[in-house]
Ligand binder design. Structure first.
Ligand code: AHG
Ligand code: MN
Ligand code: MN
Length: 340
Protein backbone atom coordinates (compact mmCIF):
# COMPACT_ATOMS: atom_id res chain seq x y z
CA UNK A 1 0.00 0.00 0.00
CA UNK A 2 1.27 3.44 -0.91
CA UNK A 3 1.67 5.87 1.99
CA UNK A 4 0.94 8.85 -0.25
CA UNK A 5 -1.93 11.04 0.90
CA UNK A 6 -3.20 13.48 -1.69
CA UNK A 7 -4.58 16.95 -0.94
CA UNK A 8 -8.03 15.72 -1.98
CA UNK A 9 -7.93 12.77 0.46
CA UNK A 10 -6.57 14.96 3.25
CA UNK A 11 -9.27 17.61 2.80
CA UNK A 12 -12.05 15.00 2.96
CA UNK A 13 -10.52 13.45 6.09
CA UNK A 14 -10.30 16.85 7.78
CA UNK A 15 -13.88 17.77 6.99
CA UNK A 16 -14.92 16.00 10.18
CA UNK A 17 -13.03 18.72 12.13
CA UNK A 18 -15.95 20.97 11.22
CA UNK A 19 -19.12 19.19 12.40
CA UNK A 20 -21.48 21.56 10.57
CA UNK A 21 -19.44 21.70 7.37
CA UNK A 22 -21.23 20.79 4.20
CA UNK A 23 -18.07 20.30 2.19
CA UNK A 24 -18.09 23.80 0.64
CA UNK A 25 -14.77 24.82 2.16
CA UNK A 26 -13.25 21.54 1.00
CA UNK A 27 -14.49 22.22 -2.51
CA UNK A 28 -13.08 25.76 -2.43
CA UNK A 29 -9.66 24.43 -1.48
CA UNK A 30 -9.95 21.87 -4.25
CA UNK A 31 -10.78 24.64 -6.78
CA UNK A 32 -7.75 26.68 -5.68
CA UNK A 33 -5.62 23.52 -6.00
CA UNK A 34 -6.80 23.11 -9.58
CA UNK A 35 -6.08 26.75 -10.52
CA UNK A 36 -2.62 26.51 -8.97
CA UNK A 37 -1.76 23.42 -11.06
CA UNK A 38 -2.60 25.37 -14.22
CA UNK A 39 -0.60 28.38 -13.01
CA UNK A 40 2.28 26.03 -12.18
CA UNK A 41 2.22 24.65 -15.72
CA UNK A 42 2.53 28.14 -17.22
CA UNK A 43 5.10 29.39 -14.69
CA UNK A 44 7.34 26.42 -15.51
CA UNK A 45 7.19 27.41 -19.19
CA UNK A 46 8.13 31.04 -18.47
CA UNK A 47 11.68 30.62 -19.84
CA UNK A 48 10.27 29.49 -23.17
CA UNK A 49 8.84 32.94 -23.91
CA UNK A 50 11.36 33.51 -26.70
CA UNK A 51 10.17 30.38 -28.45
CA UNK A 52 6.48 30.50 -27.57
CA UNK A 53 5.97 34.27 -27.79
CA UNK A 54 6.38 37.25 -25.44
CA UNK A 55 3.47 38.70 -23.47
CA UNK A 56 1.36 40.83 -25.78
CA UNK A 57 2.21 38.77 -28.89
CA UNK A 58 0.21 36.02 -30.55
CA UNK A 59 1.56 32.52 -29.89
CA UNK A 60 1.85 29.61 -32.31
CA UNK A 61 -1.72 28.51 -31.55
CA UNK A 62 -2.88 31.99 -32.54
CA UNK A 63 -3.71 32.86 -28.91
CA UNK A 64 -2.77 36.15 -27.29
CA UNK A 65 0.15 35.55 -24.85
CA UNK A 66 -0.66 37.02 -21.43
CA UNK A 67 1.61 38.33 -18.71
CA UNK A 68 1.80 35.61 -16.07
CA UNK A 69 0.26 37.66 -13.30
CA UNK A 70 -2.79 38.36 -15.46
CA UNK A 71 -2.92 34.74 -16.62
CA UNK A 72 -2.79 33.58 -12.97
CA UNK A 73 -5.53 36.03 -12.05
CA UNK A 74 -7.77 34.67 -14.80
CA UNK A 75 -7.18 31.08 -13.69
CA UNK A 76 -8.10 31.85 -10.08
CA UNK A 77 -11.21 33.74 -11.16
CA UNK A 78 -12.28 30.97 -13.54
CA UNK A 79 -11.77 28.14 -11.01
CA UNK A 80 -13.64 29.96 -8.24
CA UNK A 81 -16.47 31.11 -10.51
CA UNK A 82 -17.09 27.62 -11.90
CA UNK A 83 -16.66 25.99 -8.47
CA UNK A 84 -19.82 27.67 -7.15
CA UNK A 85 -18.78 27.88 -3.48
CA UNK A 86 -17.94 31.56 -3.42
CA UNK A 87 -20.04 34.68 -4.04
CA UNK A 88 -17.27 37.24 -4.65
CA UNK A 89 -13.53 37.51 -5.12
CA UNK A 90 -10.98 40.25 -4.46
CA UNK A 91 -7.64 40.24 -6.24
CA UNK A 92 -4.48 42.31 -6.24
CA UNK A 93 -5.01 42.69 -9.98
CA UNK A 94 -8.53 44.18 -9.74
CA UNK A 95 -9.37 47.59 -8.36
CA UNK A 96 -12.84 46.46 -7.24
CA UNK A 97 -14.24 43.15 -6.05
CA UNK A 98 -15.38 40.58 -8.61
CA UNK A 99 -18.93 39.61 -7.62
CA UNK A 100 -20.15 36.22 -8.83
CA UNK A 101 -23.67 36.33 -10.10
CA UNK A 102 -24.94 32.86 -10.92
CA UNK A 103 -27.42 30.36 -9.53
CA UNK A 104 -24.99 28.83 -7.02
CA UNK A 105 -23.40 32.05 -5.82
CA UNK A 106 -26.71 33.35 -4.47
CA UNK A 107 -26.44 30.84 -1.64
CA UNK A 108 -22.63 30.43 -1.56
CA UNK A 109 -21.26 31.15 1.90
CA UNK A 110 -17.69 32.27 1.22
CA UNK A 111 -15.61 35.04 -0.34
CA UNK A 112 -11.99 34.58 -1.44
CA UNK A 113 -9.21 37.18 -1.65
CA UNK A 114 -5.96 36.43 -3.47
CA UNK A 115 -2.65 37.63 -4.81
CA UNK A 116 -2.55 35.50 -7.97
CA UNK A 117 1.19 35.86 -8.54
CA UNK A 118 3.38 37.11 -5.73
CA UNK A 119 6.96 38.09 -6.56
CA UNK A 120 6.15 38.52 -10.23
CA UNK A 121 9.30 40.59 -10.85
CA UNK A 122 11.25 37.34 -10.32
CA UNK A 123 9.53 35.39 -13.07
CA UNK A 124 11.98 36.04 -15.89
CA UNK A 125 14.94 35.12 -13.69
CA UNK A 126 13.57 31.66 -12.84
CA UNK A 127 13.25 32.60 -9.16
CA UNK A 128 10.43 31.30 -6.94
CA UNK A 129 7.04 33.01 -7.06
CA UNK A 130 3.73 32.18 -5.39
CA UNK A 131 -0.04 32.50 -5.11
CA UNK A 132 -1.60 33.62 -1.80
CA UNK A 133 -5.26 33.12 -0.83
CA UNK A 134 -7.54 33.98 2.06
CA UNK A 135 -11.10 32.73 2.68
CA UNK A 136 -13.83 34.46 4.72
CA UNK A 137 -17.45 33.72 5.47
CA UNK A 138 -19.64 36.29 3.71
CA UNK A 139 -21.37 38.85 5.91
CA UNK A 140 -24.05 39.72 3.35
CA UNK A 141 -27.09 37.46 3.34
CA UNK A 142 -27.65 36.47 -0.27
CA UNK A 143 -27.02 37.31 -3.92
CA UNK A 144 -23.58 38.18 -5.23
CA UNK A 145 -21.13 39.29 -2.55
CA UNK A 146 -20.15 42.92 -1.94
CA UNK A 147 -17.11 44.90 -0.76
CA UNK A 148 -18.25 44.83 2.87
CA UNK A 149 -17.93 41.01 2.81
CA UNK A 150 -14.15 41.52 2.57
CA UNK A 151 -13.75 44.27 5.16
CA UNK A 152 -13.26 41.85 8.01
CA UNK A 153 -10.35 41.35 10.37
CA UNK A 154 -7.67 38.74 9.72
CA UNK A 155 -8.93 36.87 12.80
CA UNK A 156 -12.14 36.18 10.84
CA UNK A 157 -10.35 34.14 8.18
CA UNK A 158 -11.70 30.59 7.85
CA UNK A 159 -8.77 29.36 5.80
CA UNK A 160 -5.65 30.74 4.16
CA UNK A 161 -2.77 29.37 2.19
CA UNK A 162 -0.14 29.85 -0.42
CA UNK A 163 1.31 27.95 -3.31
CA UNK A 164 5.03 28.31 -3.97
CA UNK A 165 6.32 27.61 -7.47
CA UNK A 166 9.94 26.83 -6.64
CA UNK A 167 12.43 24.00 -7.04
CA UNK A 168 9.28 21.99 -6.40
CA UNK A 169 5.71 23.27 -6.19
CA UNK A 170 4.08 23.26 -2.77
CA UNK A 171 0.67 24.17 -1.42
CA UNK A 172 0.59 25.14 2.26
CA UNK A 173 -2.67 25.93 4.04
CA UNK A 174 -4.44 26.28 7.34
CA UNK A 175 -8.05 26.18 8.43
CA UNK A 176 -7.09 27.29 11.94
CA UNK A 177 -6.08 23.82 13.10
CA UNK A 178 -2.38 23.82 12.30
CA UNK A 179 -0.56 24.09 9.00
CA UNK A 180 -0.02 21.35 6.43
CA UNK A 181 2.15 21.36 3.33
CA UNK A 182 1.69 19.38 0.12
CA UNK A 183 4.24 18.91 -2.65
CA UNK A 184 3.09 18.56 -6.24
CA UNK A 185 4.18 15.25 -7.73
CA UNK A 186 4.28 16.18 -11.42
CA UNK A 187 4.25 12.53 -12.48
CA UNK A 188 0.72 12.04 -11.10
CA UNK A 189 -0.41 15.69 -11.09
CA UNK A 190 -1.38 15.55 -7.40
CA UNK A 191 -0.39 17.56 -4.34
CA UNK A 192 0.84 14.98 -1.80
CA UNK A 193 1.12 15.54 1.95
CA UNK A 194 4.84 16.07 2.54
CA UNK A 195 4.97 18.49 5.50
CA UNK A 196 2.30 17.52 8.06
CA UNK A 197 1.74 19.85 11.04
CA UNK A 198 4.37 22.43 10.12
CA UNK A 199 5.95 24.35 13.02
CA UNK A 200 8.23 27.36 12.71
CA UNK A 201 11.32 27.27 14.97
CA UNK A 202 10.91 29.61 17.92
CA UNK A 203 14.20 31.38 17.20
CA UNK A 204 16.12 31.72 13.98
CA UNK A 205 19.28 32.97 12.34
CA UNK A 206 17.88 34.56 9.17
CA UNK A 207 16.63 38.10 8.64
CA UNK A 208 14.93 39.02 5.37
CA UNK A 209 14.47 42.66 4.41
CA UNK A 210 15.21 44.82 1.38
CA UNK A 211 18.29 46.45 2.91
CA UNK A 212 18.64 48.74 -0.10
CA UNK A 213 15.90 50.84 1.51
CA UNK A 214 17.94 51.18 4.74
CA UNK A 215 18.08 54.98 4.77
CA UNK A 216 14.28 55.11 4.57
CA UNK A 217 13.64 52.66 7.46
CA UNK A 218 12.30 53.67 10.89
CA UNK A 219 15.04 53.86 13.55
CA UNK A 220 13.71 50.73 15.31
CA UNK A 221 14.28 48.66 12.15
CA UNK A 222 17.74 50.18 11.58
CA UNK A 223 18.77 49.30 15.15
CA UNK A 224 17.31 45.79 14.84
CA UNK A 225 19.30 45.15 11.64
CA UNK A 226 22.49 46.38 13.34
CA UNK A 227 21.70 44.03 16.26
CA UNK A 228 21.33 41.09 13.81
CA UNK A 229 24.77 41.94 12.40
CA UNK A 230 26.57 42.16 15.77
CA UNK A 231 29.03 39.47 16.85
CA UNK A 232 27.61 37.53 19.83
CA UNK A 233 28.45 33.83 20.23
CA UNK A 234 25.70 32.81 22.72
CA UNK A 235 22.92 34.07 20.41
CA UNK A 236 24.77 32.81 17.30
CA UNK A 237 25.00 36.31 15.81
CA UNK A 238 25.71 37.67 13.29
CA UNK A 239 22.64 36.27 11.54
CA UNK A 240 22.38 35.55 7.82
CA UNK A 241 20.63 37.93 5.48
CA UNK A 242 18.39 36.30 2.84
CA UNK A 243 16.01 38.25 0.62
CA UNK A 244 14.37 36.81 -2.47
CA UNK A 245 11.84 39.54 -3.22
CA UNK A 246 8.89 37.12 -3.28
CA UNK A 247 7.26 37.35 0.14
CA UNK A 248 5.86 33.82 -0.25
CA UNK A 249 9.31 32.36 -0.90
CA UNK A 250 11.04 34.37 1.84
CA UNK A 251 8.38 33.48 4.39
CA UNK A 252 8.22 29.82 3.32
CA UNK A 253 11.99 29.46 3.82
CA UNK A 254 11.81 31.16 7.21
CA UNK A 255 8.88 28.94 8.20
CA UNK A 256 11.07 25.90 7.60
CA UNK A 257 14.41 27.19 8.93
CA UNK A 258 13.41 29.92 11.40
CA UNK A 259 13.83 33.62 10.74
CA UNK A 260 12.12 36.97 10.38
CA UNK A 261 10.78 38.75 7.29
CA UNK A 262 10.24 42.49 7.54
CA UNK A 263 8.62 44.89 5.12
CA UNK A 264 8.46 48.03 7.24
CA UNK A 265 7.12 51.50 6.58
CA UNK A 266 9.66 53.53 4.66
CA UNK A 267 9.78 57.26 4.10
CA UNK A 268 8.68 56.57 0.51
CA UNK A 269 5.94 54.03 1.47
CA UNK A 270 4.66 55.44 4.77
CA UNK A 271 2.08 52.63 5.16
CA UNK A 272 4.41 49.85 4.06
CA UNK A 273 4.15 48.08 0.71
CA UNK A 274 2.32 44.81 1.30
CA UNK A 275 -1.47 44.54 1.27
CA UNK A 276 -3.35 43.44 4.34
CA UNK A 277 -6.19 41.53 2.68
CA UNK A 278 -4.35 39.16 0.35
CA UNK A 279 -0.72 39.27 1.53
CA UNK A 280 -0.27 40.13 5.23
CA UNK A 281 -3.42 38.53 6.70
CA UNK A 282 -3.18 35.10 5.04
CA UNK A 283 0.57 34.88 5.69
CA UNK A 284 0.02 35.98 9.30
CA UNK A 285 -2.70 33.35 9.83
CA UNK A 286 -0.40 30.60 8.52
CA UNK A 287 2.64 31.70 10.51
CA UNK A 288 0.62 32.07 13.74
CA UNK A 289 -0.88 28.62 13.18
CA UNK A 290 2.67 27.29 12.80
CA UNK A 291 3.57 28.81 16.18
CA UNK A 292 5.13 32.07 14.95
CA UNK A 293 4.14 35.71 15.18
CA UNK A 294 3.09 38.49 12.78
CA UNK A 295 2.81 42.16 13.71
CA UNK A 296 3.03 45.59 12.14
CA UNK A 297 5.91 46.36 14.51
CA UNK A 298 3.56 47.27 17.36
CA UNK A 299 0.43 45.11 17.24
CA UNK A 300 -0.99 41.89 15.83
CA UNK A 301 -1.59 41.93 12.05
CA UNK A 302 -4.74 39.81 12.33
CA UNK A 303 -6.46 42.42 14.55
CA UNK A 304 -5.95 45.43 12.26
CA UNK A 305 -9.19 46.96 11.06
CA UNK A 306 -9.58 46.74 7.30
CA UNK A 307 -11.16 49.83 5.74
CA UNK A 308 -10.35 49.36 2.09
CA UNK A 309 -9.60 46.43 -0.20
CA UNK A 310 -6.03 47.37 -1.08
CA UNK A 311 -5.02 48.74 2.32
CA UNK A 312 -1.30 48.38 3.07
CA UNK A 313 0.46 47.45 6.28
CA UNK A 314 4.02 47.10 7.51
CA UNK A 315 4.80 43.44 8.23
CA UNK A 316 7.12 41.82 10.79
CA UNK A 317 6.59 38.06 10.55
CA UNK A 318 8.32 34.83 11.49
CA UNK A 319 9.88 33.12 14.51
CA UNK A 320 8.30 34.41 17.71
CA UNK A 321 11.57 35.29 19.47
CA UNK A 322 12.84 37.27 16.51
CA UNK A 323 9.60 39.18 15.93
CA UNK A 324 9.42 40.05 19.63
CA UNK A 325 13.02 41.27 19.54
CA UNK A 326 12.24 43.49 16.53
CA UNK A 327 9.16 44.84 18.34
CA UNK A 328 11.34 45.77 21.34
CA UNK A 329 13.52 47.87 19.05
CA UNK A 330 10.43 49.43 17.47
CA UNK A 331 8.87 50.47 20.76
CA UNK A 332 12.21 51.83 22.00
CA UNK A 333 13.31 53.76 18.92
CA UNK A 334 10.30 54.27 16.65
CA UNK A 335 7.19 56.26 17.13
CA UNK A 336 3.87 54.51 17.40
CA UNK A 337 2.59 57.14 14.93
CA UNK A 338 4.07 54.86 12.26
CA UNK A 339 1.30 52.45 13.14
CA UNK A 340 -1.54 52.16 10.65
P1 AHG B 1 3.78 41.27 -6.12
O1 AHG B 1 4.70 40.56 -7.05
O2 AHG B 1 2.52 40.49 -5.85
O3 AHG B 1 3.52 42.70 -6.51
O4 AHG B 1 4.45 41.30 -4.67
C1 AHG B 1 5.79 41.69 -4.50
C2 AHG B 1 5.99 41.99 -3.04
C3 AHG B 1 6.47 40.82 -2.19
O5 AHG B 1 6.29 39.56 -2.70
C4 AHG B 1 7.94 41.08 -1.99
O6 AHG B 1 8.34 40.64 -0.75
C5 AHG B 1 8.04 42.57 -2.12
O7 AHG B 1 6.98 42.97 -2.93
C6 AHG B 1 9.34 43.00 -2.72
O8 AHG B 1 9.38 44.37 -2.74
P2 AHG B 1 10.75 45.17 -2.95
O9 AHG B 1 11.15 44.95 -4.36
O10 AHG B 1 10.36 46.60 -2.64
O11 AHG B 1 11.74 44.62 -1.96
MN1 MN C 1 2.40 40.14 -3.77
MN1 MN D 1 1.01 39.86 -7.24
Amino acid sequence: MSKVKTLGQFIIEKQSDFPYAKGELSRLLRDIGIASKIINREVSKAGLADILGEAGETNVQGEQVKKLDLFSNEQMIAALTVGGECCAMASEENEDIIPIDNAQSATARYVVAFDPLDGSSNIDANVSVGTIFSIYRRTSLSGPGNTADFLQRGTDQVAAGYVIYGSSTMLVYTTGKGVNGFTLDPSIGEFCLSHPNMKIPNGGKIYSINEGNYVHFPDGVKKFIKWCQEEDKPSKRPFSSRYIGSAVADIHRNLLYGGIFIYPTTSTSPKGKLRLLYECNPLAFIVEQAGGKATDGFGRILEIELNSLHQRSPLFIGSTEMVERAEEFMSKYSSVELKN
